[in-house]
Design a binder for this molecule. Structure first.
Ligand code: SF4
Ligand code: SF4
Length: 375
């Protein structure tokens, strides 16, 4: 660490910026799947730019010292890192709760045992659909059958297990069957998330946007399933904010609860932040995690309320949703400091309603996530 950083860190101990609770470690952008709603940026990081085992280990220890509790190992597909068990062990040594978010491709019984022995505590496995052909279509790979076999492997271990399902117009009509399939895998938790329109999902928005009737029906089905599964499986759902009255508190608030480190070490306040113009993202290769959290201009740019304009600056909900999502505000209004147009109080809310109610483009071709234009 540079001397001026040490001084800043010392001074910063008196500042009232609590540390993050979660560290999202995108250990690689490589992935055998090509999901049409992937949240990875369009411009991904190449394999030769990825942080080494030692660099990640340093990051985990510094994050823990700053107050992080949860480490989410994700990607891309984290199993493509041959040193994944070492990364898990480094996270545990740093006293972090280690979760892996995976498509499951590359997970064998031997690998599962190795990860468990290294201290892995939680696995989140994604499902694309209940119908194999459609699931493989959305993933851009023949992955569905393999995932179903893996669930049994995961259950043999004493490890917490969540099934993640991403829903959209092309699979919402099968939500009952998808929930039944997820339930049959016997996880402790099921997370149903409507597509969020960033990255590759934004490119496919015309095909993915659900109809109002589908959203309405899914709310009913989810609450019925929550009642049925209560005490056995925890069912959580993220609903589409294009149909909401107020926006989501994106990532729990900019620079408030979460830090994301991309495969090459860039520290980001959220998955999509690199789309915002005028922001510079510093790297763990030249700064400590604490410096990045407290002093990086990117983390400070939209922290708190100082940056807000009307209607957010005068709004009684500004402590609740913190103005919604900066990336969505930029994508749909051209200014990241505007209120998220998912908010009905935004003067640009009509634009979002128009998009949500646009005629579905069933005939359009999928744009698959590919790792070609990496940096
Ligand atoms: S969403 Fe799909 S393509 Fe993107 S990282 Fe996850 S499994 Fe890979
Ligand atoms: S005006 Fe701003 S702070 Fe108020 S509800 Fe809308 S997005 Fe949230």
């Amino acid at each position: 660490m540079k001397l001026d950083e040490r001084q800043q860190n010392k001074e910063s101990t008196t500042e009232l910026i609590p540390g993050p609770l979660s560290l999202v470690a995108e250990v690689t952008h490589r992935c055998p799947l090509h999901c049409v709603y992937c949240s990875n940026p369009l411009q991904m990081k190449s394999a030769d730019s990825e942080l080494s085992t030692e660099e990640w280990s340093r990051v985990f220890h510094e994050a823990s010292a700053l107050g992080v509790i949860h480490l989410h190992l994700t990607g891309g597909e984290p199993l493509l890192r041959p040193d994944l068990a070492k990364l898990v062990a480094a996270g545990r040594e740093a006293n972090l709760y280690v979760n892996m978010i995976t498509s499951g491709l590359g997970l064998t019984a031997a690998r599962m045992q190795e990860l468990k022995d290294a201290g892995l505590e939680h696995i989140q496995l994604s499902l694309q659909d209940a119908e194999e052909e459609r699931a493989n279509e959305f993933a851009g790979a023949r992955a569905h059958a393999h995932k179903l076999k893996l669930a049994a492997l995961i259950r043999q271990q004493d490890i917490a297990f969540t099934v993640n399902v991403v829903v959209h117009r092309e699979n919402l009509d099968r939500l009952e069957a998808i929930l039944a399939l997820a339930e049959s895998l016997e996880p402790q938790r099921i997370e149903v998330a409507h597509v969020q329109y960033y990255g590759w999902a934004l490119k496919n928005r015309g095909k993915l946007m659900p109809t109002p009737a589908q959203v309405e029906r899914s709310l009913t089905l989810i609450s019925q399933a929550q009642a049925r599964l209560s005490g056995r499986i925890q069912l959580q759902a993220v609903f589409p904010d294009y149909y909401a009255r107020y926006p989501k508190t994106c990532v729990g608030g900019w620079g408030r609860l979460m830090m994301l480190i991309d495969p090459a070490g860039q520290a980001l306040p959220c998955h999509a932040a690199t789309i915002l113009p005028g922001l510079e993202f510093d790297s763990v290769r030249s700064h400590s995690v604490e410096w990045l959290w407290r002093h990086s201009t990117a983390f400070n740019r939209y922290r708190g309320h100082g940056w807000m304009k009307e209607p957010c600056s005068d709004c009684e909900r500004k402590e609740i949703d913190l103005g919604g999502c900066r990336c969505q505000a930029f994508q749909l209004t051209g200014d990241a400091a505007n209120a998220d147009p998912a908010c009905s109080l935004s003067d640009q809310h009509g634009r979002l309603v128009e998009i949500a109610q646009a005629t579905p483009s069933h005939e359009a071709q999928w744009v698959y996530r590919i790792l070609t234009n990496h940096s």
